[in-house]
Design a protein around this ligand. Structure first.
Ligand SMILES: *[C@@H]1O[C@H](CO)[C@@H](O)[C@H](O)[C@H]1NC(C)=O
Ligand SMILES: *[C@@H]1O[C@H](CO)[C@@H](O)[C@H](O)[C@H]1NC(C)=O
Ligand SMILES: *[C@@H]1O[C@H](CO)[C@@H](O)[C@H](O)[C@H]1NC(C)=O
Ligand SMILES: *[C@@H]1O[C@H](CO)[C@@H](O)[C@H](O)[C@H]1NC(C)=O
Ligand SMILES: *[C@@H]1O[C@H](CO)[C@@H](O)[C@H](O)[C@H]1NC(C)=O
Ligand SMILES: *[C@@H]1O[C@H](CO)[C@@H](O)[C@H](O)[C@H]1NC(C)=O
Ligand SMILES: *[C@@H]1O[C@H](CO)[C@@H](O)[C@H](O)[C@H]1NC(C)=O
Ligand SMILES: *[C@@H]1O[C@H](CO)[C@@H](O)[C@H](O)[C@H]1NC(C)=O
Length: 773
């Protein structure tokens, strides 16, 4: 029963995606594909003309080519077009075409619940922040929202080349650019054909990253206070790629393409697949690679498929992968019974019953038999199974976490739902509601059975302090990295539980899509919410250091992250990576682990990519794999360390790293290491001396230990500190048993990309089947 609980929160998106993709069976129907070419187009031939003539030759006429072409990309040496299966085959076999990618539909990384912005950070001042533009790929934005007014912002930076697209949508000095993309040309009646947001998600993420300071923000009086983004002085550019059906590959690539050309500084992507995809098929990995080449860091969400191992997505090493953790505030709603008993559970209740008691019934006693229901069905209170004569005017006790609309339709007053699924975050519902444990539920059922006139009232929502915070929330996707076992993912964690931020006034304010109420702020949870916190922090670092590479910005965020309490997390770094973002420290990291395009290409080659497949990602026919030696990822200059060991093998790995001095010119760093008894870490040399800023020094890390088996994760750390202890540069060192059958070189083995064979419910079981093309 509990397993079904989260379905309503995602099902309509999944359903729409299924509809779109289910056409695939008809071979003669044209579906959008991205045709990827190895050649970089140079000279005076415009990319579009070349793409045109290719299409014309395959489709037979220039008019059908014109009809078929969806996008001609500038940065990716690719175009998107509507093609039949046969045409796809023709293009695939064409000289110069490396790959034809179907238009996968991605999902937003949010659970539809609402939450609190408890993130505080110092500020560089609007003038410096104002030079930074954060580009978000999302559901759009509500441009008239007070979080996005001009306030004291000056004109956009002179480098900015973005535009404002679409009718009835105006940009300003906060929202400096807005575009929209819908290659499928499928619109529901709630979708605006403009960058305007009908879902709330993009308005929420934008304001979390860079919204204005707005006093007196609240959700029906709950969580009242100042709402603000991480960098209130920074600019926002919205690239609307997500619609009511999801977010399509071709649109995501087009948005990256434009964002790079427009001149954004940071890209924030709170969406992704449920499954791990190979880099050469993943539009976010490809788009982010091009962004990286152009000096732009992409921050993306780790996914909401936790707590199962190997569930992390968006794990390309050139991106920042963000997990979601709690803040010190939680939302609780209490229920009081006629017998004086009181129960509390996670719920954001915006309805006030003013202490009035209502008759309390069990859903199982309110079956609508003429609708084919019975107590075993009606106890779940799902729509259509309840008898409205029985439910009218009552509070209904239900044995399932659901969206509450079943009770509303049957004219109930409120609901108490029993579920053990929901522990560490809260939803809001379209009626007075709370969620209690199944154990408390048994007591309530006993009361209903034994009392002559059982009554209850549901109290207005409360905010409680959460002394356990921060900890990584259960739904946040976990490592190990399903594709590159020797790269630790997620990279770090940020607040993503019960975050309050701006909302679209036409989007439903609760988990019920039909909820007609309108709010300006909403409280929701997801790695979608943690990602823009990290994006805002990255923008802050970029504002302070405009010349830093994406890898340097990312390194600064990771090595200065606040260490998480390991005793609260069974899966340690696989939950939180390097720790919780600490923007104030991140602008002064002392040392950074830098990396560039060449480094990532070498990494990919070692992971089994070849000159052909590497060009899919780089989009550049000068990219070559100089060595065909397949090896471990130990010497990619990554700010953390991960050593995957096969069962029964000894622990043994040698890593090389190079740090760049970005602190004081004259400085000497010494190293401290920590490791559990099972393995040891040695570092050589143990002292690094610098005399100039920008100077690089290399060191070697050797990790050794006996054979291990069934070891899910063990972790230590390497910390470089300078003499004055002004800077602490920390990297976690993780050692674990890789699952039998997992390969280090996934390009040759796609079976884990489809369905990992770890224990625990797979995503298929958890959310139902999401078809991919
Ligand atoms: C397949 O698609 C084509 C073009 O859209 C259409 O003419 C044809 O009727 C479809 N066939 C089936 C079996 O749906
Ligand atoms: C790259 O593409 C250009 C233009 O098509 C071509 O002239 C050049 O020979 C190609 N280089 C390689 C290494 O394939
Ligand atoms: C523009 O959009 C807003 C929000 O939906 C709406 O209230 C307004 O009437 C629209 N204006 C026009 C001219 O369509
Ligand atoms: C029972 O279900 C039927 C069919 O859905 C519906 O027409 C009817 O109104 C319901 N009765 C009550 C009392 O809710
Ligand atoms: C990347 O950095 C290395 C040195 O670390 C340098 O040799 C190489 O030329 C750089 N590549 C690019 C594309 O800048
Ligand atoms: C590159 O790898 C792909 C996929 O693994 C393979 O199909 C192709 O033949 C390889 N190309 C070369 C030149 O080795
Ligand atoms: C660094 O130290 C050296 C020797 O101690 C000294 O000559 C030099 O001036 C110092 N440089 C800076 C920038 O402080
Ligand atoms: C690792 O060390 C811990 C504590 O010393 C011990 O409990 C555990 O069994 C060890 N694991 C292996 C695989 O040796």
């Amino acid at each position: 029963m509990a397993k079904k609980g989260l379905i309503p929160l995602l099902c309509s998106l999944l359903f729409a995606a299924f509809l779109l993709n289910s056409h695939a069976a008809n071979a003669s129907e044209r579906k959008i594909h991205v045709v990827y070419m190895g050649d970089r187009l140079k000279g005076d031939l415009s990319a579009k003309r070349v793409h045109y003539s290719m299409l014309t030759s395959v489709l037979g006429s220039s008019s059908s080519a014109k009809e078929s072409l969806v996008y001609s990309y500038g940065n990716f040496n690719a175009f998107a077009a509507k093609l039949t299966e046969e045409e796809v085959k023709t293009f695939s076999e064409m000289d110069g075409v490396v790959r034809v990618i179907p238009n996968h539909i991605l999902q937003l990384h949010t659970t539809r619940s609402w939450d609190f912005l408890g993130f505080s950070q110092s500020s560089l001042g609007a003038r410096i922040e104002g030079d930074v533009v954060i580009g978000l790929l999302d559901t759009g934005i509500w441009p008239e929202h007070e979080s996005f007014t001009n306030q004291e912002l000056g004109a956009p930076p002179s480098k900015w080349k973005g535009i404002c697209q679409g009718a009835n949508f105006t940009c300003n000095n906060k929202i400096v650019g807005a575009r929209y993309y819908n290659s499928e040309e499928w619109y529901s009646d709630t979708d605006f054909k403009s960058p305007r947001d009908s879902e709330g998600h993009g308005t929420h993420t934008s304001s979390t990253a860079a919204g204005n300071r707005v006093a007196d923000a609240s959700y029906y009086g709950l969580a009242n206070g100042i709402a603000r983004g991480g960098v209130p002085g920074a600019r926002i550019a919205m690239y609307k790629v997500c619609w009511s059906f999801g977010c399509a590959t071709a649109d995501i690539l087009a948005a990256f393409d434009d964002a790079i050309a427009d001149g954004v500084d940071i890209i924030s992507v709170s969406l992704g697949f449920i499954f791990a995809l190979a880099y050469d098929e993943d539009p976010i990995a490809i788009g982010a690679f091009h962004a990286m080449k152009n000096g732009i860091l992409t921050s993306n969400s780790a996914g909401n498929s936790g707590p199962w191992p190997y569930s992390v997505v968006n794990f390309a090493p050139w991106t920042l992968t963000v997990a979601a953790s709690t803040i010190d505030r939680k939302f609780v709603t209490r229920v009081e019974l006629g017998n004086g008993m009181s129960y509390a559970g996670p719920s954001i209740n915006s309805f006030d019953l003013h202490g009035k008691s209502y008759p309390l019934i069990w859903g199982g006693d309110a079956a609508n038999y003429s609708a084919g229901s019975n107590p075993d069905l009606s106890k779940y209170c799902i729509n259509g199974y309840l008898n409205s004569y029985r439910v009218y005017g009552n509070i209904v006790f239900c044995e399932l976490l659901w969206d509450g609309t079943g009770i509303l339709e049957a004219s109930g007053v409120g609901t108490i739902m029993a579920s053990d699924r929901l522990k560490d975050f809260a939803f809001s519902f379209p009626l007075p509601a709370t969620v209690i444990s199944t154990k408390d539920g048994e007591q309530i059922l006993d009361y209903i059975r034994s009392a002559e006139y059982p009554v209850a009232t549901i109290l207005f929502g409360e905010t409680w302090s959460d002394v356990m915070a921060p900890y990584v929330v259960s739904f946040s996707s976990r490592g190990p990295n399903p594709m590159n076992p020797d790269i630790l993912k997620p990279d770090l964690t940020a607040p993503g539980v019960d975050i309050i931020a701006a909302w679209s006034p036409v989007a439903p304010p609760s988990v019920a899509y039909e909820d007609p109420r309108s709010v300006n702020y909403n409280i929701i949870s997801g790695t979608s919410m943690s990602c823009p916190h990290a994006s805002g922090a990255a923008a802050y670092v970029k504002a302070a250091h405009p010349d830093w590479s994406p890898a340097a910005v990312k390194s600064a965020l990771m090595t200065t992250a606040t260490v998480m309490d390991s005793t609260k997390h069974e899966d340690l770094e696989f939950a939180y990576g390097s720790g919780q973002i600490n923007p104030a420290h991140a602008i002064e990291p002392g040392l950074v682990y830098d990396a560039n395009e060449t480094d990532y290409i070498n990494f990919l080659c070692k992971q089994g990519y070849n000159t052909t497949t590497i060009r899919l990602i780089t989009g550049d026919n000068s990219s070559v794999c100089t060595s065909t030696v397949i090896g471990r990822a130990w010497d990619l200059n990554y700010p953390s360390f991960s050593l995957a060991v096969e069962d029964g093998e000894p622990i043994s790995g040698v890593f090389t790293r190079t740090v760049t001095n970005v602190g004081s010119a004259n400085s000497t760093y010494t190293v401290r290491m920590y490791s559990p008894s099972n393995f040891s870490i040695s570092v050589e040399p143990q002292v690094l001396s610098f005399s100039t800023v920008g100077e690089k020094k290399s060191y070697t890390v050797t990790v050794t230990g006996g054979t291990i088996s069934q070891q899910k994760i063990m972790s230590g750390a390497i910390i470089w500190t300078d003499g004055d202890h002004q800077y602490e540069v920390r990297s976690p060192v993780v050692v674990y048993n890789v699952l039998p059958g997992y390969t280090y070189f996934p390009p040759q083995n796609s079976k884990f990309q489809e369905k990992p064979t770890f224990q625990g419910p797979s995503m298929y079981e958890k959310y139902g089947v999401l078809r991919r093309n």
